[in-house]
Design a protein around this ligand. Structure first.
Ligand SMILES: [Zn+2]
Length: 316
């Protein structure tokens, strides 16, 4: 660990928490000082990240430290790294990612030799929920469902203040089949929730009806009162509410936090989703639906706070 300058006193550095979120298109990294985000850094995910994760993360950390006004070679004690897809937190393995092209990647081992810090691996969506609970839309709420809704669709559940981890496929709500004769999904299945209610699916439905644009265009057209847009939107919301309601009812969820690109639609999405959910639940006033408070930074912020109960390994 390299220390220099007044801001880099030992005592201060130990308080710093570092999180790195390796996404399908972008890597986001944060340094937190207590409950304050001291610096953030964002860069495109290299297409060969599966084979270059060590040097990639080392480079991200150096640029993050510079952004935090710390010497580029400053190494925190511990780095939380989160990735999409199937993740085995217990074993520290990125089990599978369709987008990023890895299978059974031992992340702490891959980073050893490149990152001189203890590495804790987590799942991007579960970390996102943790981030929202600590600093975002779910502060003070102990029973929360987090649903990032973009090109992909996944979920993470918190009950009694704990993020449910389960097995590697925990959170794969997007690949629950909700329409047996529905469109083919990226996973090869047919009628998955993601293929019906994800941003790509909504854009496809829109264009199949002869219009131009994507899910964002549809949301704007909904707000402008376009009947076709309202129909496409309502179908997606009904599928989403139908899939979320049983989870909410089972877990006693109080708050549903929607993230991802589609959350940018704001009330156009959140209000009808809240109504559709309330219609399906025994206590219509029991659950709120809100937009993510941290946006695309929730995963990195949660990564910085991953519990040490996750698999961890001292490198070097
Ligand atoms: Zn699927």
């Amino acid at each position: 660990m390299s220390l220099s300058g007044p801001v880099a006193a030992d005592r201060d550095l130990r308080r710093l928490r570092v999180g790195v979120d390796i996404g399908g298109t972008r890597i986001k990294a944060v340094v937190l000082d207590g409950g304050t985000v001291r610096a953030r850094h964002l860069e495109p995910t290299p297409s060969d990240v599966a084979s270059t994760m060590g040097p990639t993360v080392a480079g991200v950390l150096a640029r993050l430290m510079t952004a935090a006004d710390l010497p580029a070679q400053t190494v925190p004690e511990r780095v939380g790294v989160v990735v999409p897809g199937l993740v085995d937190e217990e074993q520290g393995r990125a089990a599978w990612s369709a987008n990023l092209g890895w299978r059974d990647l031992d992340v702490p081992a891959v980073l050893a030799g490149h990152v001189d810090a203890r590495v804790v691996l987590g799942h991007d969506v579960r970390a996102g929920l943790l981030g929202e609970h600590l600093l975002g839309a779910a502060v003070g709420v102990a029973d929360v469902l987090f649903v990032p809704l973009g090109t992909g669709l996944a979920a993470a559940l918190m009950t009694a203040g704990r993020v449910v981890r389960g097995t590697t496929w925990t959170g794969e709500l997007g690949h629950v089949r909700v329409a047996p004769n529905g469109p083919v999904c990226g996973c090869g299945g047919r009628g998955c929730l993601e293929a019906v209610a994800g941003a790509t699916a909504v854009g496809k439905r829109w264009r199949a009806a002869g219009r131009e644009g994507d899910a964002r265009t549809v949301a704007e057209a909904v707000a402008a009162g376009d009947p076709l847009a309202q129909e496409v939107w309502a179908e997606a919301i009904a599928a989403l509410a139908g899939a979320i309601a049983p989870v909410v009812a089972t877990a006693g969820t109080r708050l549903v936090v929607i993230g991802g690109g589609m959350a940018e639609a704001g009330p156009v999405l959140l209000d009808p989703l809240h109504v559709a959910l309330a219609e399906r639940l025994p206590d219509p006033d029991g659950v709120d639906v809100v937009r993510s408070g941290l946006g695309e930074w929730s995963g990195a912020i949660g990564a910085a706070h991953l519990p040490d109960a996750s698999f961890s390994q001292q490198s070097g």
